[in-house]
Design a protein around this ligand. Structure first.
Ligand code: FES
Length: 288
């Protein structure tokens, strides 16, 4: 399957600076830096001898390879300076490294997978469904990025924090539906007060998760058994380091009804290691 036109979260915006850093998108290493207020990304491989550009200096707004000093323009990846050329020589136009379109959205840096140029399509909107008050949550989780996405699909109660609601990880409604772009799965949910009180026979809530097959985005919907929506959120996952990832939930909820506490979709701060170990790989295997 082609990966062109997909965008991938690669970093939390707050971690990006005018110093180069390495990020990973679809197993490819890239070098990312903020240059003159705008994020730019290149393949992490110098066109000269293949050295990693992620340890480079930013000099006069360009990425300078630490080995022989070749300098690259971040916007298009063109090599602009080769220090040992004579005054008469010019840098051949073909000397370049792939440049990636970068987009900042909801506190994250996204890379478009096609490389060399601007995205062909507009970004999918991350605006929350307009139910009522807006809700936001963000967490830095000590758990690997891909494992967090897998847990959301296989055992969402480990990741999602919905006050007053417990998701029944063992009870899915039907099989997940999978296309090339998306996995769609629905879980039963009960009031949190009924958690651990034996098998439930009725499920007043349903949690639907639609996760992008590529790129670390998911849409989560909490509905009642009558189909009415209670809360919705877009979730974005981004790796920080091998064993750290950030999750952002941006959504909305319905207005408070009577004395019932309003419910919103948030993120747990700590992963329960025992529950995570026991989570079955039934849904997430479709991502592989
Ligand atoms: S390896 Fe980068 S300039 Fe030589």
């Amino acid at each position: 399957m082609t990966m062109r036109g997909f965008r991938h979260q690669v970093a939390n915006l707050s971690y990006v600076s005018d110093k180069s850093m390495q990020v990973t998108s679809l197993d490819q290493h890239l070098v990312l830096a903020r240059i003159k207020g705008r994020e730019e990304a290149l393949a992490d491989r110098c066109a000269n001898r293949g050295a990693a550009l992620s340890v480079c200096m930013i000099v006069d707004g360009q990425f300078e390879c630490p080995y022989h000093g070749w300098r690259y323009e971040g916007r298009n990846g063109r090599c602009m300076i080769i220090p040992n050329l004579s005054k008469e020589e010019r840098v051949p136009k073909t000397y370049r490294v792939p440049a990636y379109a970068v987009e900042e959205s909801d506190g994250f840096i996204h890379i478009w997978s096609q490389g060399d140029g601007a995205p062909e399509t507009a970004s999918p909107s991350l605006a929350p469904d307009a139910l009522g008050p807006e809700t936001r949550d963000a967490a830095l989780i000590a758990y690997p990025y891909q494992a967090c996405i897998d847990l959301l699909l296989d055992a969402p109660d480990i990741i999602l924090n919905i006050p007053g609601v417990a998701i029944v990880n063992q009870h899915r409604f039907g099989d997940p539906s999978c296309t090339a772009d998306e996995i769609d799965v629905r879980y039963a949910a009960i009031p949190a007060s009924r958690r651990g009180k034996g098998l439930a026979s009725d499920y007043p809530f349903q949690v639907r998760i639609r996760a992008a097959a590529h790129g670390g985005n998911a849409h989560v919907l909490l509905t009642r058994d009558n189909g009415n929506t209670v809360a919705a959120a877009h979730m974005t996952f981004a790796p920080v380091r091998r064993t750290l990832c950030t999750i952002l939930a941006y959504g909305s909820r319905t207005e408070q009804q009577g004395s019932e506490r309003p419910m919103h979709i948030g993120i747990k701060r700590v992963i329960d290691p025992t529950a995570a170990r026991d989570a079955v790989d039934y849904v997430s295997r479709f991502l592989k």
